[in-house]
Ligand binder design. Structure first.
Ligand code: HEC
Length: 206
């Protein structure tokens, strides 16, 4: 199973077209015409709460690792932290949570078609001056196998503590440590306030 609960990332070819149109209206959090009778708002509320919890835990974990071991030591923690937190945050629910971005450190986090559209919408809204806290996208999409999924995304913004590992001037020893885990790191060069990526949540409906 993929991290979003489907057999393959290619399963979204069809869903992409549906999701694309709906995502435009949903980027502000309001889907005008839900494509099914599935109630979107309560699910979005749950997804939003989980994303907040995950975000807080991740940030606390990163800050603690930085304090305890410094940036070089904290790379290992970041490598394992996100997947560990994933199950701890979603244990009680039927959501799967992950992170994605245009430019990634871990290739596993590359966006699928639906996530790419959502990221583009977020970037566009931010460029237009939108408040990142207000941005979210959600929808019900159907995979090629006929599986219906509730999908939700909200932005992850660059903040000051993130610079040491994702900023424009990552120290040589930090870069070297990153390279031990990730052979094709594209997740550097971000400034505070940039869209770093997004939380992505998926819930199987059938
Ligand atoms: C100590 C270094 C370090 C710090 C500090 C750090 N990160 Fe990361 N970040 C990483 C590593 C390592 C990964 C790859 C994790 C994985 O394997 O999924 C990563 C992955 C990510 C991803 C997933 C997309 C990708 O590139 O693979 C996002 C989004 C992200 N970081 C955002 C942030 C934000 C926001 C902050 C500040 C709150 C932050 N990071 C601070 C090291 C760091």
């Amino acid at each position: 199973m993929g991290r979003d609960g489907t057999q393959s990332r290619g399963a979204y070819a069809l869903a992409f077209l549906v999701g694309c149109a709906a995502a435009v209206s949903a980027v502000t959090g309001r889907a005008q015409q839900p494509p099914t009778t599935v109630e979107l708002a309560p699910r979005a509320e749950k997804a939003r709460a989980l994303a907040h919890l995950y975000s807080e835990k991740l940030r606390a974990g990163v800050v603690q690792a930085l304090k305890e071991t410094g940036p070089v030591g904290a790379i290992g923690a970041c490598n394992t932290l996100a997947p560990e937190l994933n199950s701890s945050v979603t244990d009680e629910s039927t959501f799967e949570i992950s992170r994605t971005a245009f430019r990634v450190r871990n290739q596993e986090n590359l966006p699928d078609a639906w996530e790419l559209v959502a990221l583009e919408l977020m970037q566009k809204a931010l460029t237009g001056g939108a408040d990142p806290k207000t941005l979210e996208t959600y929808d019900v999409v159907t995979t090629n196998e006929g599986q219906r999924l509730f999908r939700y995304m909200r932005p992850i913004m660059m903040r000051e503590p993130c610079l040491v590992c994702h900023g424009p001037n990552v120290a040589q020893e930090v870069k070297a440590e990153i390279a031990k885990y990730y052979t094709d790191d594209k997740a550097v060069g971000f400034n505070v306030g940039d869209l770093r990526g997004a939380f992505s949540l998926v819930q199987q409906l059938d």
